[in-house]
Structures are given as C-alpha cells and as structure tokens.
Design a protein around this ligand. Structure first.
Ligand code: BG6
Length: 512
C-alpha cells in the first residue's frame, strides 16, 4: 500500500489534521449492470474523480458487464455522457482519454456459466496482465436486485468467488431483500459463495462525512459523552426529509414504500450510531458489534396498538405548486397504498436509554430537505427565573445536521441584551467550512479497495433491522387507514397524525 499524507508540507507551521489518505493496492473492478443508471451516473463518475485526484492505484481497470450488447468504445461514450451530465465541471478531455482507456465492456448472460466463462473468466487474466493489477478483484452488483441471486450463483459456480493468493470482494447495493425471509435467503446464497469478510453491503448514508462524524464527535470529545444518556436526554428526533418525489423509480418504490426504502437501512443506521456504546477500538468489527447491540435492544413494536408507535402517509399533489400526487406518478397504481412518509416511536431497552423515546420520521415531497439528529436535553430542574420572566424556558437541543448545511448546532439560552430580565435562544454553530473532498460513492469505493468494512453493513445488522420492521410492515399492510389521516399535501410537514404522535407525549417535532 502506498500511503500519501494529505498534509505533507507542514512548512507553514499549521497544525496538520490527524488524517491520512491511503492509495489502495492494485485491483480490477467488475461492474455488473454496467449499462445502467447507477454505473453511468454514480459509479463511473466517482471512479473518474478518484482517478483525477490520483487516489486510484497505478494498476487499475474497470470491466463493465451487462446484458446489453455493445462494445467497449460505445461503453466509454455512454459513460462520458453520464459524466458530462453529473459533473460537467469535472470533464477534462486529456484526463478522460487517459481514464477511459481503463474502461472495458463485455455483454454477459447472468444465468449462463458458459457466458461467464467466455466473457469474464477468460477475459480477466489478459486485462489484468496488461494493466498490471495482479489478481485482486472486486465484483460490484449494480443491477436490479432480482438478478442478484443469478449473478452470485453463477460467480460461485464459475469459481470466481475465490482465488488463491488474491483477494476477491463482492459489493452489493440495497435493498438487501424485501423482508426478513428474503433477506435471509439472499444471505444464505451470498454466504454459500463468499465469506462475510468478502461482502461489502453498501448503505450510502454511512459514507457521508457528517454521518461518520457522529462517532468522531461523540467519542473524541469528553464534553458530550457524560450527558449522552437517560439522565440528561429527554428524547431524540431523527429526521430524513426530502423535497423530491419518487422520480423515475415507480417500479422499485411500488414494491418498497418508505419503511423498506429509508428505515430498514439509513434511519436505523443513524439511530444505531447515535445510540451505540463506545467500542474499545475504532475497528470495523468492533463498531459493527456495538451497532448490532443497539438494534438488538430495540423493543419490538406493539402490533396490537400501532397508533402508539407508527404513523404513515402518502403525498397528495399540490395543484398550486403543480406537483403530482404519488398515485398520479407514472408507473404507480391509481389506488396504491404504499406509504411515502412514516414516523416511528422507538424504545431502546438498555441501561443508557431506558425511558428515552427516539422519534424517527422520513418522507418524500416534504416542505424542506433536511437530514438531522436532534438531541433534546431535559429542561433545567428548577425554574428560578419563573417569577421574573414567567413562561417556559426551552431546553437545550443539540443538532447533528447531516445535510444540507452540514454541521453541529447547540441551542442554548442566553440573556437578551438590554435592561430587562429576558432570555433568548441562541445557537452555537459549527459549519463544515468546505466542500467534502470525497463523495459517498468515492469513499465507499476506496474503502472497499482498501478492505476496510467499517462503512459497510454486516449480515447481522441487516437481519436485525428486518426482524424489527417485517412484523410492523405486515401489520400496517393489513390495516385500513382512513384517507384523511393518510394523505398529506406535497410541500407540507407530513400527515397531521404524525404531529399527534408526539403531542400525546407532550412534545412536538422540530419544524421542517
Ligand atoms: C436512497 C433511497 O437510498 O436514499 C431514495 O432509495 C432516497 O429513495 C435516497 O431519495 C436519499 O439519499 P440522500 O443521500 O439524497 O439523502
């Protein structure tokens, strides 16, 4: 491994951040589904940007494979179009020419081991020799999940899942199954072919700098950790609100809905990072052990009293804003019951969090785009100002803002300047000062090349969150919710019933 200190020149006397960039070992990346949207708009642009920043190993190439018939030249043109659309400012002709010579393509039938033999097994060694990559390989499944099983099985049968003396990894995108049973089946197929240490399940939220910062912030400062428990925290709100609708993904979303799309993965990952115990070392498995323990401690949802723990909703159109309702989107059934919004009340049954509710909400077509964790502290124990000022003093809130406007805000009370005794809420703010150097896909690709599984989800994490959500989803699907509590207007804060979920507890959501 070449290591390359980001801040080698320290002649200015500035204190260098404790941060190193590691250039991974040479390898090749085989992308299944390479003719699709994900490869064109996310993966290839991310690899190209790594290449431009000189973060890729010297020996490196991409072999794209998919069912579509085309040659490598056409593949390069397609990928160049994708880059021009996603990062027009990054297109540099010389750099692209150099980079695109490392892109190759073969069409392949995912079920046919003969097709694997001629288009993959026999092709890879000559490309590897020409590029000097050695034998390390990464297989990336950028296909619709329906073909995961075929690809994994054929990789296994073709003998490509292992290679003596070299590393072979498999990267897989969510959704990891549709429910508990299908996720277990997928894992059984995966683990028949690969060892868990070879499998990299992507949750792109974990690769966001601000999500990783939750751990740094908690465990590298002594200030907050003593307060991080039931004695000082009243409740926690985790929000992932989007302004966009389902875009062109009706086919997928009609099978998923918000609980599978956002909660099974991103929301539960945010929750477990916020609530986990400190591991003894910052290592992938120890961190993932602690996260798994949080998921294991979540109290099963009370299915006989769903109204106490969950509210779902679906966006209706907004005529004034010219926005279509979910059921009017192309590809969505006119009577689709799928929720595009959910709010959950979650209890974690352990010593640290006993009695502290975690309220989670996520939805599409809401008023504002924001992803944040808001930690609401308990109010002061005695209101000594109540006689002079009356009214209620707002308790402190710490907000870990994941996106946009990435940063940390601590809301406290301070004296309002002037002669009157009067308090006003003020915010102590930290904003990340610059663009992040690595996007989420760049981060996960680099980590996978380096063999660092910290930002990837382990089998037990996936299984446990499905164990919690599957009974809830089944119970919700079996019940008839009155339309007036279900539909919410596009551009609003979500269904009115979601506000009631907190009001019952004498609390309210932070406004969007
Ligand atoms: C994806 C979901 O995993 O995350 C999408 O499938 C959602 O429905 C997206 O829009 C949100 O990601 P981000 O990074 O924009 O918050």
């Amino acid at each position: 491994m070449d290591t390359n200190s980001l801040y080698e020149d320290n002649s200015s006397g500035q204190v260098a951040p404790a941060c190193r960039i590691v250039i991974p070992k040479s390898c090749c990346l085989v992308i299944f589904g390479a003719s699709g949207d994900l490869a064109q708009r996310k993966l290839i642009p991310a690899i190209y940007r790594l290449f431009r920043q000189r973060l890729l190993p010297r020996g490196f190439f991409v072999l794209g494979v998919a069912r579509t018939e085309m040659d490598s030249n056409r593949f390069r043109e397609l990928m160049a179009e994708g880059l021009r659309e996603t990062f027009p400012e990054e297109c540099n002709e010389n750099c692209w020419r150099d980079f695109s010579s490392r892109l190759h393509y073969r069409s392949i039938d995912y079920r046919d081991s003969e097709s694997f033999r001629t288009n993959l097994t026999e092709v890879l060694p000559s490309l590897e020799e020409a590029a000097g990559t050695g034998g390390d390989r990464i297989f990336y499944l950028a296909t619709p999940p329906v073909v995961y099983e075929d690809i994994i099985t054929t990789l296994h049968q073709s003998g490509l899942a292992t290679q003596a003396g070299s590393s072979v990894k498999l990267v897989i995108e969510k959704p990891f199954g549709h429910d508990l049973e299908s996720s277990r089946n997928l894992d059984a197929i995966l683990l028949e072919a690969f060892r868990e240490s070879q499998v990299y399940r992507i949750d792109h939220y974990l690769a966001k700098e601000t999500v990783q910062n939750i751990l740094m912030f908690r465990f590298a400062n002594s200030l907050f950790e003593p307060l991080w428990n039931r004695r000082y925290i009243d409740h926690v709100q985790i929000t992932a609100a989007e302004t966009i609708g389902i875009e062109r993904r009706a086919g997928y979303y009609e099978e998923a809905g918000v609980l599978r799309d956002m909660f099974q993965n991103h929301m539960f990952q945010l929750l477990s990072l916020m609530a986990m115990e400190p591991p003894s070392l910052f290592s992938a498995d120890l961190v993932r052990d602690e996260k798994a323990k949080v998921l294991h401690s979540i109290r099963p949802f009370p299915l006989e009293r769903l109204e106490d723990c969950v509210v779902t909703g679906q966006y209706a159109g907004s005529v004034s804003a010219g926005i279509k309702g979910y059921r009017e989107e192309a590809g969505v059934a006119a009577d689709s019951p799928l929720p595009t919004y959910a709010a959950l009340k979650v209890w974690i049954d352990n010593w640290r969090w006993n009695g502290v509710p975690f309220y989670l909400r996520s939805g599409k077509r809401l008023k504002r785009r924001t992803t944040e964790i808001a930690i609401h502290f308990r109010p002061v124990p005695h209101m000594m100002f109540s006689q002079t000022m009356g009214g209620r003093i707002e308790a402190n809130t710490l907000i870990l803002q994941v996106q946009p406007d990435e940063g940390i805000h601590l809301e406290v009370q301070a004296k309002n300047p002037g002669s009157r005794m009067c308090l006003m809420p003020v915010s102590l703010d930290f904003h990340y000062p610059r663009e992040f150097s690595l996007s989420a896909y760049e981060r996960v690709l680099l980590d996978c090349m380096e063999g660092d599984q910290m930002l990837f989800v382990r089998e037990d994490g996936v299984g446990q969150s499905w164990s919690l959500l599957t009974p809830l989803i089944t119970a919700l699907e079996a019940r008839n919710v009155p339309a007036e509590t279900y539909l919410y207007e596009a551009g609003s804060e979500g269904p009115a019933a979601a506000a009631a979920l907190l009001e019952k507890d004498g609390r309210s959501w932070r406004p969007l």
